[in-house]
Design a protein around this ligand. Structure first.
Ligand code: FUL
Length: 459
């Protein structure tokens, strides 16, 4: 073993304590069962479909009527089959967006699909299609409602709860409930009864994760598919504040573009320097929501904005491969199908994702590293073209690794430094282009002993 690897976390740990009361406090924060399940299925799709699909808008105006919903076909099975091919494992449907139009047969407003010429319950069509194709089904229900007259009064909270109850009772298992923080800048000031909403979800769908304005899944903070260098899952509890999330969300129909950028203000959410200032911590992993097109809803003018499979794959690597989940929006057309251009790109993406682990060189399950060995060293049976390394921490032991280096064994037997990285978390995917006969991963900094669930090398 080359001696330079002996200076690893066991002796140095970048000058940080390997274990003390503070470290103990950080690693005592672990995911719930629901969050564990989410980490195992980190890629799923958004479907933005509804009144805005018919009117080719992003937000609508709130004065639409059921007659404006001119959609006459919905091929939910095509949606499910296209999404299945992308490698995604679930669909979250905009059951009601900010325009207030409901895609299901609700008893609590007339402004719903039941009263349109189309007539069929779209939530039922989509949830049934999901089950047929083995996809999870999730619900987006916009708290902000431009149409409903009760908005701004306590009666609206009752209305919202009744709608949640319908959605969480009549359509089978729901894996995620997505509460959007967006609200028009000129909307009336109104307090949502978040605690009551959460209670209904926990009671009716105990396996559902609550996202964005909820405590299970953190919004990454932009809509452009960007992530931080280090995405921490253990963060200060103050980040779970729904009202704060709302302030950072979209506040105007045409403001979406500005949200595609990242504010570097909150680049570091979970280093030790941040955590030590916070009395209460929580497990709050990031979700990256991004659209395959420029907008969230379909518009014919935006057919040219469909992202390439290569671009989507790079978003996949920097989200799923960087300790986040990915929620990729695919908006069906006003003909009720996913456009062939999007479908083609999604199939390619699916092949690229399955291509990551298609040709394994070797895979291991090291578990907890011992006190006197802070590196993982593996030799291949010959020199291989190494394209990916996939590393997963066992997050039931929290998120521990804070920094690591990658060295590759050259054909002449010498090690060569390749790259330095920070956190691992649920999954880290490294894309490489090198030939080597082995790899050494040196953990430079960790919160107590790292616990590595798996490490795989792929050609
Ligand atoms: C935003 C909304 O305003 C957009 O219309 C879209 O639904 C996006 C996912 O969230 O905040």
């Amino acid at each position: 073993m080359n001696t330079e690897f002996n200076r690893n976390w066991t002796t140095d740990n970048n000058g940080f304590a390997l274990m003390d009361n503070e470290v103990e406090r950080y690693i005592s924060v672990v995911p719930s069962e629901n969050q564990m399940r989410l980490a195992e299925k980190p890629f799923y799709c958004f479907i933005h479909f509804g009144m805005n699909t018919a009117t080719a808008r992003e937000w609508g105006k709130g004065n639409e009527t059921v007659d404006n919903f001119t959609i006459s076909a919905v091929d939910a099975e095509q949606w499910a089959s296209v999404i299945k091919k992308s490698g995604a494992t679930g669909i979250i449907l905009t059951c009601k967006h900010h325009d207030g139009f409901c895609l299901w047969h609700t008893e609590y407003t007339d402004f719903c699909v039941k009263n349109t010429a189309f007539g069929k319950d779209i939530v039922k069509l989509v949830s049934d299609a999901c089950r047929k194709y083995g996809l999870d089904f999730g619900v987006y229900l916009s708290p902000w409602d431009m149409h409903d007259k009760r908005y701004g009064t306590q009666a609206y909270n009752d209305y919202f709860c009744n709608q949640l109850e319908e959605l969480l009772t009549n359509y089978g298992e729901v894996f995620e409930v997505w509460f959007d923080g967006a609200k028009g800048a000129d909307a009336v000031d109104f307090e949502y009864d978040w605690q009551r909403y959460y209670k209904i979800i926990r009671t009716l769908q105990p396996k559902a994760n609550i996202a964005i304005c909820g405590n299970d899944i953190r919004w990454v903070g932009n809509e452009g598919g960007k992530t931080r260098k280090s995405e921490y899952s253990v963060v200060p509890y103050s980040l779970c504040d729904a009202e704060k999330t709302m302030k950072k969300s979209q506040q105007g129909e045409n403001q979406a573009a500005s949200l595609k950028e990242f504010s570097s203000k909150d680049e570091d959410l979970g280093s030790r320097q941040v955590l030590e200032k916070s009395d209460r911590l929580c497990w709050y992993p990031a979700e990256v929501d991004v659209s395959i097109r420029r907008g969230w809803f379909y518009s014919k003018n935006e057919n040219i904005t469909v992202k390439s499979a290569k671009k989507l794959f790079s978003i996949y690597l920097s989200s799923v491969g960087n300790n986040c989940t990915l929620l990729l929006n695919v908006p069906p057309t006003n003909k009720g199908v996913i456009h062939k251009k999007d479908a083609k790109v999604l199939e390619k993406l699916g092949n690229m994702i399955s291509g990551i682990t298609e040709k394994p060189i070797s895979e291991y399950h090291p578990g907890m590293l011992s006190d006197d060995c802070g590196y993982l060293e593996y030799f291949f049976d010959s020199v291989k073209k190494l394209r990916y390394i996939v590393i997963e921490e066992d997050i039931s032991f929290s998120q521990r690794v804070e920094a690591f280096d990658v060295y590759v064994k050259r054909a002449d037997g010498e090690y060569k430094f390749l790259s330095s990285h920070t956190v691992i978390g649920a999954k880290k995917i490294l894309q490489l282009d090198t030939k080597c006969g082995g790899v050494c991963i040196v953990i430079r900094q960790s919160r107590s002993n790292p616990v590595i669930k798996s490490i795989g090398f792929y050609e």
